[in-house]
Design a protein around this ligand. Structure first.
Ligand code: GLN
Length: 495
């Protein structure tokens, strides 16, 4: 198949076409996300939506979770109907329309409609564009492909970095100008994709997968129905006993969290018992489940960057540099900035260690990532104590937190993704990669719900909110650490 470049000595040119499209998409996604909760919680008198923090946190969680959940139907549509190439393009168009709708000042309903467009569009674009990156390389080209993905990850963070600087800056003048800029970013991505993809991507992703691949693994129908019925009954019971209230945004978010947890567990049980797997395969699938739990916990802390930490930046952080006050949302850009700087360094460290025959295994890396996440939140506990005393915390606290979280992201996220793909039985590969995004969805949802507990009127509670996150993440890290020898055994030949 033609990939349009010379894959022998350098990366195929198509990589840079996808790099650019994804860079602009992330520019719009993270740029907009940097002002999202700030806009929702700002009074209507200052042109905000005037929602309570609780509702805004729930909407943030629902929106960011949907973005990642939608990659499941997005992947299915590409595999069965459109092919990846068209799916990416249509996705970009929906995203742009979504941001344009957000740029219209108006009622919350108009605003939520815009969010829905962005979520649907991202579902079509995000997973499928990564699939296209993978297809640029021949199957034997494992190391090259990994290097390609590292370059692609740079594009992601370059776009995020610039978006998180420019969109919050513009939003200082007018929120909707900020949303509009996100639309312009996506438009630039679409133009370059439309123009260069036919030239440099050859024919990859043109034909839906279903027409070329072996049969995918099927889970049994009865199991699926049983799980769905169980979730429904559970929700009805919880609603009537008053444990959740699905007529509120928070209740919907809690219900979605429950649905994700139960369905994922059911899915794994179904594969383990009815999936026709050998014992070593079952062990590997169990490890994927354990990694899923780890990554979901990680994102549920990490993705508070744009919920609770963003509110903390706005309300309790001294953001003055000389006479200029940095917009709160702009602090978001430190994460992508750190990733751009440290991704090559962390990568080189693994290679150096491997050269000395020290191979740090996946569960150990998960332990490190989770503990770094906890340390970051511990810094926030201290900062929250300062805020509780009535002073403002220095910007350094958030920057240090983002630094620790970024190094955590680098030890956990790329590693987990590649381990999942290697551990998965071939016929379930697509579904297992989907599970990876479900982990991100669940994490984002919880991050929004935790952010909703943030109450600017009740500063004294704040250290506790962050302290709970410290306990959970450090605790999970220690469990990974202790379980590491067993997990290693179950991973078998996968390193
Ligand atoms: N920042 C990365 C991206 O946008 C990873 C985010 C995630 O998987 N939660 O692709």
């Amino acid at each position: 198949k033609s990939t349009g470049g010379k894959p022998k000595f350098r990366h195929p040119r198509g990589l840079y076409v996808l790099f650019s499209a994804e860079m602009w998409e992330r520019f719009s996604y993270y740029g907009m996300r940097a002002i999202l909760i700030l806009f929702m919680t700002t009074d209507a008198a200052q042109e905000g939506l005037g929602l309570t923090t609780e509702t805004a946190g729930a909407v943030y969680g629902l929106y960011t979770a949907s973005v990642y959940l939608m990659t499941l139907p997005g992947g299915w549509l590409a595999d069965n109907i459109f092919g990846q190439r068209k799916a990416v393009f249509y996705g970009g168009v929906l995203i742009m329309i979504g941001h344009l709708i957000l740029a219209i000042p108006g009622s919350p309903m108009i605003f939520f409609t815009g969010l829905a467009f962005v979520a649907l569009g991202t579902g079509l674009l995000k997973g499928n564009i990564s699939t296209l990156v993978g297809e640029l390389y021949e199957n034997e080209d494992g190391a090259k492909r990994d290097a390609g993905f590292s370059i692609f990850y740079m594009g992601i963070n370059l776009g995020s970095f610039v978006g998180q600087i420019l969109v919050p800056l513009l939003a200082e003048y007018n929120w909707h100008l900020g949303f509009g800029l996100a639309a312009v970013g996506m438009l630039l991505g679409l133009i370059s994709y439309k123009f260069f993809a036919p030239k440099y991507l050859g024919d990859i992703g043109m034909v839906p997968k279903v027409k070329q691949l072996e049969k995918t693994g099927k889970t049994n129908k009865k199991g699926t129905y049983a799980i769905v019925a169980f979730v429904l009954v559970l929700l009805v019971v919880l609603q009537f006993t008053g444990s959740i209230d699905v007529t509120t945004a928070t209740g919907i978010a809690q219900a979605l969290g429950l649905i994700i947890v139960v369905i994922t567990m059911g899915y794994f049980l179904n594969i383990l018992f009815n999936g026709g797997l050998s014992v070593p395969e079952k062990k590997k699938v169990s490890v994927i489940f354990i990694l899923f739990v780890g990554i979901a916990i990680f994102w549920s802390g990490f993705e508070q960057a744009a919920s609770s930490l963003n509110l903390f930046a706005r309300d309790f952080t001294d953001r003055f540099i000389g006479g200029w006050e940095m917009p709160a949302g702009m602090l978001q850009s430190f994460n992508s900035g750190f990733i751009i700087i440290f991704a090559p360094i962390v990568g080189a460290i693994w290679v150096k260690l491997a050269a000395r025959n020290i191979n740090i295994r996946t569960p150990f890396k998960f332990a490190v990532g989770l503990i770094l996440l906890g340390l970051g939140f511990w810094v926030m506990v201290e900062a929250a104590h300062v805020a509780a005393s009535g002073a403002k915390a220095g910007m350094f606290a958030l920057i240090l937190t983002y630094f620790l979280h970024s190094i955590g992201e680098l030890t956990i996220s790329p590693v987990g993704l590649s381990a999942t793909s290697k551990l998965s039985p071939r016929k379930y590969l697509g579904q297992m990669m989907g599970i990876w995004f479900v982990g991100a969805a669940l994490g984002n949802l919880i991050a929004g719900l935790i952010g909703g507990n943030f109450d600017p009127e009740n500063v004294l509670e704040m250290p506790n909110i962050f302290l709970n996150v410290v306990w959970v993440s450090v605790g999970a890290g220690l469990i990974f650490f202790a379980a590491s020898p067993f997990i290693k055994k179950w991973m078998g030949d996968v390193t």
